[in-house]
Design a protein around this ligand. Structure first.
Ligand code: NAD
Length: 359
């Protein structure tokens, strides 16, 4: 029996989380779900978007399946999602981008994996607001040290990139490649311009790559050029390892290659815990309509099953999802050639069709 934290989340979160939970249970794997409320409902009931009990539950169970969570503006929280990743040191964000027959896309047979560093870079949340005295002080200090001018009416965001985090994420990418029989890791950066941050990331990546020589091929790519390469020749790539910001942007690009956010799963992994969630957000305009595509969340469940070493159940569930997508019958509106197709089914019914393939 596995004990797993289930965070339904906001907006469409509870609907897709319920669909995923039902599909996972239908594989026959024995899971005791511990529900933990974060987001809007937690704010209303417990006065906090991210109650301590949520983090405590994930720390205890070590695995969570999570629906998307809204970040209301002006609450002091940068993002609940980022806060969870930081609190649990979930340093690696893994986002496979894989084509499935039946899903419309301009590309076929895409099979890429994004490994994004999750803990630092411009997303570290170290920001200084324009006009504040500390910002003006900081600008003066920077000008003194760098001998470069910064406009006094600037806002400043800090981009820390460490050897420690770079080594950890690159090693994770190579180990992932080895375990998953992948042939190549490409380190994506802009080291030619940002020598002391992206340059450091690349230097560390080259060093780590030496340890895997003969086992996994190592390549380097500049993020601007890679954006074009991925659109023109996505089949040339395999595992991509990136600092936080580029990883965020290119994972949406890769979701675009496989037919959109509705089918893009993800995992946030640390030494002590792992949280599985779709790439998409809470799509508030569809809340409670039993309308959106549960596939991204269900495939996040497949990743979760693999993580807890329930490979057979994971293969079974992925095959069931594949079959329903390929048939194209019991699928949500976004997977139909015409989005107004009256034969499209709801979130619940698509999950039912997947469950029917499992039994
Ligand atoms: P979003 O991903 O929620 O939605 C953008 C659009 O994508 C939707 O309007 C919809 O057309 C489509 N879409 C998304 N998921 C879909 C699905 N499962 N099926 C079909 N179509 C789908 O992005 P957004 O509107 O920028 O963000 C909304 C909220 O979600 C924000 O508050 C944001 O902070 C939050 N968010 C949370 C997470 C997370 O929890 N990890 C991630 C991204 C955004």
């Amino acid at each position: 029996m596995h004990k797993i934290t289930l965070i339904p989340g906001d907006g469409i979160g509870p609907e897709v989380a319920d669909a995923a939970r039902r599909c996972i249970d239908a594989t026959g794997v024995k899971i005791e779900w511990e529900e933990a409320i974060a987001g809007q409902l937690a704010l209303e009931k417990q006065g906090s978007l991210l109650p301590d009990s949520v983090i405590a539950s994930i720390k205890k169970n070590k695995v969570a399946l999570k629906g998307p969570i809204v970040t209301p503006i002006g609450t002091g929280f940068r993002s609940v999602n980022v806060a969870i990743r930081h609190a649990l040191d979930l340093f690696a964000c893994v986002r496979p981008a894989k084509s499935y027959a039946g899903v419309r896309s301009n590309y076929r047979d895409i099979d890429l994996v994004i490994v994004r560093e999750n803990s630092e870079d411009l997303y570290a949340g170290i920001e200084f607001e324009e006009g504040k005295s500390e910002t003006i002080n900081l600008i003066e200090q920077i000008e003194k040290y760098s001998k470069k001018k910064i406009r006094p009416d600037s806002g400043i965001s800090i981009k820390p990139i460490s050897k420690t985090a770079s080594e950890r994420i690159v090693r994770f990418a190579f180990e992932y490649a080895l375990k998953n029989n992948r042939k190549k890791v490409t380190a994506i950066q802009k080291a030619n311009i940002m020598k002391f941050t992206d340059g450091l990331f690349l230097k560390v990546a080259r060093e780590v790559a030496k340890e895997y020589e003969g086992k996994v091929v190592f390549e380097e790519g500049l993020v601007d050029n890679m954006s074009m390469q991925l659109v023109q020749k996505p089949h040339n790539y395999d595992v991509l390892v990136l600092p936080n910001l580029y990883g965020d942007i290119l994972s949406d690009l890769c979701a675009g290659l496989i037919g959109g956010l509705g089918i893009a799963p993800g995992a946030n992994i640390g030494e002590e815990a792992a949280v599985f969630e779709a790439v998409h957000g809470s799509a508030p305009k569809y809340t409670g309509q039993n309308k959106v595509n549960p596939t991204a969340m269900i495939l996040s469940g497949v990743l979760m099953l693999r993580h807890i070493k329930e490979e057979k159940a994971a293969d079974k569930l992925e095959a069931a999802v594949k079959a329903v997508l390929a048939e194209g019958k019991s699928v949500t509106y976004d997977l139909k050639p015409d989005r107004n197709d009256p034969t499209s089914v709801g979130t619940r019914e698509m999950a039912d069709a997947i469950i029917a393939k499992l039994t």
